[in-house]
Design a protein around this ligand. Structure first.
Ligand SMILES: Cc1cc2nc3c(=O)[nH]c(=O)nc-3n(C[C@H](O)[C@H](O)[C@H](O)COP(=O)(O)O)c2cc1C
Length: 201
């Protein structure tokens, strides 16, 4: 059995959600747990296009075993038309075997997103990303208002989870409040997992 870890699973096309994932991982590690960073391959509008099994750069692709054995999950996606990106949904749609056996029941989970526009669907994306996790029986962790950055932010940051405003050109870096809230989610997930001592196979 491997040491307990929080799976930080994300899709990112231009790097903003990936940077959020790295900040969440730092929060996880602050609690003394391993953060396992994983991504998903892009999906193709062409039938059955295949990508190399190992991405050219960045985090490795996730496996069902990464998800099955995690002590907790942080799930991140860019906002696409107010919802999560198709590659992440495609991966989640392939997790029925874990749903059938209840592998994720009782494990803590949180969600994060990045958008171009400030009011372009961060909250709808975060809330809709929670739905499959609830079907899996996971325990959702948002961000409490005891995190002062939730009140001070002029960019992203919601009680439903960390968010980032990337700007029209998608080049705006994470600001200090957005970073603080990413790390807070990682820390909260890790501490909750430690308190729950969720069983791992
Ligand atoms: C197909 C598509 C749909 C998008 N929909 C939205 C949207 O609804 N609201 C928004 O603010 N940004 C939207 N965006 C912009 C991305 O959410 C934004 O660029 C994000 O920061 C990208 O994250 P990444 O750098 O991790 O890929 C969309 C981008 C694409 C390609």
């Amino acid at each position: 059995m491997s040491a307990p870890y929080i799976l930080v699973l994300y899709y990112s096309r231009h790097g903003a959600t990936a940077e959020m994932a790295r900040q969440i991982a730092r929060g996880v590690e602050q609690a003394g747990l391993e953060a396992r960073l994983r991504t998903v391959p892009a999906v193709s509008s062409e039938c059955e296009a295949t990508a190399p099994a190992i991405p050219a750069e960045g985090a490795p692709y996730v496996s069902l075993d990464d998800l099955k054995h995690c002590a907790g999950l942080a799930l991140g996606s860019p906002t696409r038309f107010g919802n999560m990106a198709a590659p992440l949904k495609y991966f989640l749609d392939g997790t029925s075997s874990l749903w059938l056996t209840g592998e994720l029941v009782g494990k803590p989970a949180g969600v994060f997103t990045s958008t171009s526009s400030l009011h372009g669907g961060q909250e709808s994306t975060l809330l809709s990303m929670m739905l499959p996790l609830l079907h899996h029986g996971m325990l959702l962790c948002g961000l409490p208002y005891s995190e002062g950055a939730l009140l001070d932010t002029r960019g992203g940051g919601t009680p439903y989870g960390p968010s980032h405003h990337a700007g029209a050109d998608s080049k705006r870096a994470l600001d200090e409040h957005e970073i603080t809230l990413c790390r807070a989610l990682g820390l909260r997930l890790a501490k909750t997992a430690q308190q729950l001592e969720t069983p791992r196979g």
